[in-house]
Ligand binder design. Structure first.
Ligand code: PHE
Length: 456
């Protein structure tokens, strides 16, 4: 078999992994979770969750991927050829495909909003008198008709091109260009929203903790958010880590990736809360809920700003970058699996992975209003895929990876991987091993039980 492709530079591998981690989890899930769960008190718990769950599980996935040199299933087959533990890798693979089947649709919306901002279609006819103006636009673009299917297809085609170009020329090059642009846009936004009239009220809400709101639910939500935001259990990190060169310092990489992911979520808080306090009608559930926040509240806020078009284009560009880089990483999970499993070329594997996605994405997109009959167990196909993948498959996948790495692989596996077999120092290896072996499985199992209880 040909030698495994590697990312060509340290910056490239970090940009690609950060590109996967930074997604809608940072832009829309984080602000609404923070608002619902007590502002800064949630933020503090979130930081603790990143340290005790996020980084250790990320390191379990990195170690497994780099040692296994394959894909989410192949890594385990390579390390323990005679066992059935490869089944643990199938959960991430299945979850990634389910997520891909609706996240492409969301990326399509972001593209459509970017396009409508450029052509000014989004603001066409806005007089400020109709309070439902942007909600109706959202209805037109997202939940009725076939335009969201068209934009989803455009997104799939763009992803196709990047994936066919491969790890270095496609994923790495795209991330090297788009990630700095995303950070630049964030900083420009932050400087602007922080000078808005009521900015300080928003910052206060975001940064002053209300400890009375802390409850077991808040902790579970913070754990779930850390989990989603770092792309854990999705098969992505094990797949990307197989492209890491053997001299990569895994601990530093995990700290950098989760640090940058956190910075983006934090900056989003500094953008959203002041903006919503100043022009968006205050911080409450209604204005901050995911889709409402980005597709209704924010466009309304942009109309109050000088240079509406510029801000709208910049924001939806930022959102599109976040969504597309995450999407491509999640598609790569199946692409790499198909390439290894059937020993076929990348282009063919990308076709095998993406062609059915045209169909599954159309089902998800149309299930949101155009064809309401497209539902499973009382949920639209879109929500069903989201609920089952994120609430069940992701925790089961991460749980089994922690058990596999912590208990099944040799006792010194983590230490060897983190120290590159003694070539670099890994002072935290024992702590991380403890967290992977005991703490992470307990926390993940707790999230799983709570999610299942809340679903029934
Ligand atoms: N970490 C990503 C986010 O915050 C999670 C994700 C990755 C979701 C890839 C979908 C696809 O959005």
């Amino acid at each position: 078999m040909a030698e495994k492709v590697k990312f060509s530079s340290k910056i490239g591998l970090i940009a690609a992994t950060v590109g996967s981690a930074i997604g809608l989890g940072n832009v829309w899930r984080f602000p609404s979770e923070t608002q619902e769960n007590g502002g800064a008190a949630f933020l503090l718990i979130y930081i603790v969750c990143m340290l005790i769950l996020g980084i250790p599980v990320m390191l379990a996935e990195f170690s497994l991927g780099r040692a296994g040199q394959s894909d989410s299933v192949g890594n385990i087959k390579n390390l323990t050829p005679k066992s059935k533990w490869w089944i643990a890798g199938t959960f991430g693979l299945i979850a990634s495909y389910m997520i891909l089947s609706y996240y492409m649709v969301v990326a399509g919306w972001t593209f459509e909003y970017l396009f409508q901002s450029i052509t000014n279609g989004l603001y066409d006819g806005y007089t400020g008198e109709d309070p439902l103006f942007f909600r109706n636009k959202m209805g037109d673009y997202i939940s009725s008709g076939y335009s969201s299917v068209l934009w989803t297809y455009i997104t799939i085609i763009i992803s196709f091109v990047v994936l066919v170009l491969g790890v270095k020329k496609g994923i790495e090059r795209m991330s090297n260009i788009l990630m700095p642009l995303l950070f630049l846009l964030l900083v420009v936004f932050c400087c602007t929203t922080l000078t808005m009239p009521n900015a300080i009220e928003g910052v206060k809400f975001f940064l002053f903790p209300d400890f009375s709101k802390i409850s077991i639910d808040v902790i579970i939500n913070a754990l779930g958010q850390a989990f989603f935001s770092l792309s854990l259990g999705m098969g992505i990190l094990v797949t990307y880590a197989a492209y890491y060169p053997k001299q990569t310092n895994l601990t530093k990489t995990a700290a950098t990736v989760s640090g940058l992911d956190f910075v983006v979520a934090f900056l989003m808080g500094l953008i959203i809360f002041p903006a919503v306090m100043s022009f968006g009608g205050g911080v409450d559930n209604a204005t901050l809920q995911g889709t409402t926040l980005v597709f209704e509240t924010l466009p309304k806020i942009f109309t109050s700003m000088v240079g509406t078009g510029f801000w709208s284009i910049s924001f939806f560009l930022l959102l599109t970058i976040a969504a597309v880089t995450s999407n491509i990483s999640i598609a790569e999970v199946a692409v790499s699996f198909i390439m290894n499993r059937f020993d076929i070329k990348r282009t063919k594997a990308v076709c095998i992975v993406l062609f059915p996605i045209f169909f599954t994405c159309a089902l998800s997109a149309l299930s949101l209003g155009t064809i309401p009959e497209l539902s499973i167990a009382g949920l639209s196909v879109f929500d069903f895929l989201d609920t089952v993948a994120t609430n069940i498959f992701l925790p089961v996948s991460a749980f089994s990876i922690c058990v596999y790495v912590g208990w099944i692989l040799p006792n010194d596996f983590i230490k060897n991987e983190l120290s590159n077999y003694g070539k670099i120092k890994a002072p935290l290896a024992n702590v991380i091993k403890f967290l992977i072996k005991y703490i992470a499985p307990i926390l993940i199992a707790t999230i799983l039980v709570f999610k299942i209880i809340s679903m029934i």
